[in-house]
Design a protein around this ligand. Structure first.
Ligand code: AMP
Length: 186
């Protein structure tokens, strides 16, 4: 099972991706987590992307596409995965399609979480993860970037038949139940 979990910052993608990963025994691939790890480890990639994450802007498409391509080659991804935070631009979605085609694979579901804007800001501030991009002004930048660069990815998948819009409000378990009922039965 290959799933993309999609939504604005603060929509609960990470939380739900972890639950999906545990439930189906598939890997959780978060590009944001991988980039933050690279920054913590002060790797070459980390040094390049650090100021971009800090500013709430997007890392260049090719950088994340390469990262995803390298990662899903590992055997533990053969069983499937849930992608969290990728693709984040239409260019990334096109490159990912190309990658899947080369691997003769396809995506089973694109889950788009819907949460009102004000709730997103409140959630990020109250989750208090201490991320350098979680201040109110950076959150506003990230929401702007989401609307301009990332939201069009929905249109890209909307025509493809695997698009599911999920109400992302309410308890974590309620949202997860909605996700389970939206997934294709295998
Ligand atoms: P996230 O943890 O998904 O909220 O991502 C945190 C930050 O990592 C974003 O604000 C971007 O700077 C960067 N990032 C994560 N995923 C991507 C992606 N697919 N494309 C570009 N930048 C990304």
């Amino acid at each position: 099972m290959r799933i993309i979990i999609f939504g604005p910052p603060g929509s609960g993608k990470g939380t739900q991706a972890k639950k999906i990963s545990r439930h189906f025994g598939i890997k959780h691939l978060s590009t944001g987590d991988m980039l933050r790890k690279a920054i913590d480890e002060k790797s070459e990639l980390g040094i390049i992307v650090s100021s971009i994450l800090d500013a709430g802007q997007l890392v260049p498409d090719q950088t994340v596409v390469d990262l995803v391509e390298e990662t899903i080659q590992y055997e533990e991804f053969n069983n499937g995965y849930v992608l969290d935070g990728f693709p984040r631009t239409v260019e990334q979605a096109v490159a990912f399609d190309d990658l899947l085609e080369r691997r003769k694979e396809s995506v089973d579901a694109f889950l788009s979480l819907r949460v009102p804007d004000q709730e997103l800001i409140d959630r990020i501030i109250s989750r208090g993860e201490g991320r350098s991009d979680d201040t109110e002004d950076k959150i506003k930048v990230r929401l702007k970037v989401y609307k301009k660069e990332t939201a069009p990815v929905m249109d890209y998948y909307m025509t493809a038949g695997m698009f599911r819009s999920i109400d992302g409000t309410g308890s974590i378990d309620d949202i997860f139940d909605r996700i389970l009922s939206a997934l294709p039965k295998k």
